[in-house]
Design a binder for this molecule. Structure first.
Ligand code: HEM
Length: 228
């Protein structure tokens, strides 16, 4: 049996087709939830169950951290070279990703770990949680942890290894079918992180993560309709 073919086909599926499937489900699910079931979108606050320090610190650290991580992903992975090469070199960009990405990743990790501990140990919160709440918080912890372990891997590798992550992301974004080839030599931890990332994208519209998009949109719409 030709194992190279299987491995190549698997790579192509996981790192080219899967992102498109996840993106399509995300877009359709998002529009459906916004249009048809807008009122069902919520992140039920557990503050009234227990307004404790774990919530205050965990929530702040996680939310501020994740904003920086998100901006880092957009700039770090998707910005083409001509956008930044007049300002910084690729080596400096890599350093920036390690230092800024690492710092914001650690803040995010501390925050989400506090929220997970609270979810599993604070009695009123635990008793009012659904299985989906437990699974989601564990998934996000694993996602942030694999991201940070990926940064550790980047530190030990050369510039080309880091640039291949960019080349893959930009190629996939531009629908270049061969972009998966940039990931063939990528470490398992990065691949796991990318796959779990797309799993999160795929389930996003059906989880309470939807509040990240729906609530800001609702505020803006309500503002213009004069409801607030
Ligand atoms: C489609 C989804 C995603 C892709 C393709 C992706 C890709 C990547 C890549 C390639 C890195 C490594 C950068 C480096 O080594 O310098 C990274 C780092 C990281 N990712 Fe993701 N990621 C995704 C989703 C997420 C999500 C949903 C989270 C958080 C919930 C997350 C959290 C992190 C963290 C904390 C780091 C390390 C710090 C940083 O560079 O920002 N990622 N990600």
């Amino acid at each position: 049996m030709d194992t190279t073919f299987i491995s190549e086909y698997l790579h192509e599926f996981l790192f080219v087709y899967l992102p498109y499937i996840a993106g399509a489900v995300f877009l359709v699910g998002l529009l459906y939830r916004l249009a048809a079931r807008g009122e069902s979108v919520q992140a039920l606050s557990s503050q009234f169950l227990s307004n404790d320090k774990l919530l205050k610190w965990g929530s702040n650290l996680f939310h501020y951290g994740i904003i920086f991580v998100f901006v880092g992903h957009i700039f770090g992975l998707l910005a083409p070279e001509w956008m930044y090469d007049w300002l910084i070199t690729n080596e400096q960009k890599r350093l920036l990703a390690i230092v800024m990405g690492g710092a914001s990743g650690i803040i995010t990790l501390v925050g989400i770990l506090m929220l997970m501990i609270r979810r599993f140990t604070v009695k009123p919160v635990k008793e009012n949680s659904h299985t989906a709440d437990f699974l989601l918080v564990v998934l996000v912890v694993i996602q942030v942890a694999t991201g940070l372990l990926g940064t550790c891997e980047t530190i030990t590798q050369d510039l080309d290894y880091y640039m291949n992550l960019d080349r893959w992301a930009q190629g996939t974004f531009l629908f270049l079918p061969d972009s998966w080839k940039y990931l063939t030599a990528t470490a398992f931890i990065h691949k796991l992180h990318i796959l779990l990332g797309f799993l999160i994208v795929l389930i996003f519209p059906f989880t309470k993560l939807m509040h990240m998009i729906a609530l800001p949109i609702r505020y803006v719409v309500d503002y213009f309709l004069g409801k607030k």
